[in-house]
Design a protein around this ligand. Structure first.
Ligand code: CTP
Ligand code: CA
Length: 227
């Protein structure tokens, strides 16, 4: 009879988390990036590991320490983040919390661009790979439970539900960042979890509490399934 440790409901499961921004180089000294502290993704990785999951965190450039109990791969660009994620498959659980830059600079300069009076550099952009959508299409290797995030300012549930369909993930955690959410600039998140059944509104919670609640929800979902 196998024993079950209630404090470690994800023992025997593997998890992959993306977190932080990505940096897309313009030249050796400049980059474009999204704004992201990585705090939510790192908290989720830490909570998954605390629940017993063997957890790999693929992190863009952040100032946070590596969370305890988690294996961390540090990357810079979206392309590097994608490669690290694909190399981590197969996994049971994947949570894409990174704020991936949607574009990179095409034909980036090997030398520092020099400022010249009266001349502006022209940057041509190329679309970055969509890591969440790519994981959802990983043939024979799709994470069993694939979770994305969506920061929305209006029509949160419907925009996030459309994003869930488009990306082919199982759940979307929609974060209401609109001006009336009361979360703007604060430390709390207002999450609506979108799954195939519909929308589940969570109370306002800080990022650690969001991580714990998500991990509880994941454990319920995977409970009893083969490890
Ligand atoms: N994501 C990703 N790779 C990308 C872009 C987004 O993995 N190149 C993931 C994010 O980590 C997040 C989800 O996709 O889990 C939604 O990201 P978001 O930027 O809201 O979606 P986009 O499709 O890029 O749409 P938008 O035009 O709103 O930026
Ligand atoms: Ca985006």
């Amino acid at each position: 009879e196998a024993s079950f440790d209630q404090s470690k409901p994800l023992q025997g499961f593997s998890a992959l988390v993306t977190s932080g921004p990505t940096h897309e180089p313009i030249d050796p000294v400049r980059y474009i990036a999204n704004r992201s502290s990585g705090r939510q993704g790192h908290a989720i990785a830490e909570a998954l590991a605390a629940a017993g999951a063997q957890t790999l965190l693929v992190s863009g450039p952040v100032t946070l320490p590596d969370p305890p109990g988690v294996e961390v791969v540090h990357v810079e660009s979206a392309q590097e983040m994608l490669e690290a994620c694909m190399a981590a498959l197969p996994v049971d659980i994947a949570v894409c919390a990174a704020a991936v830059a949607d574009w990179r600079v095409a034909g980036l300069s090997e030398q520092k661009l020099k400022k010249e009076a009266g001349r502006l550099p022209e940057l041509t952009l190329a679309e970055n790979p969509d890591i969440l959508a790519t994981l959802s299409k990983a043939e024979g290797n799709r994470p069993r439970l694939l979770i994305g995030f969506a920061a929305e300012t209006e029509q949160v549930a419907s925009h996030a539900a459309a994003k869930r369909q488009r990306k082919g993930c199982d759940w979307i955690l929609a974060n209401d960042v609109g001006p009336d959410s009361g979360t703007f600039g604060g430390s709390d998140n207002q999450i609506t979890l979108i799954d195939e059944q519909g929308a589940e509104a969570w109370p306002k919670l800080d990022k650690q509490a969001v991580a714990r609640r998500l991990v509880e929800r994941i454990a319920e979902q995977l409970a009893g399934s083969a490890r």
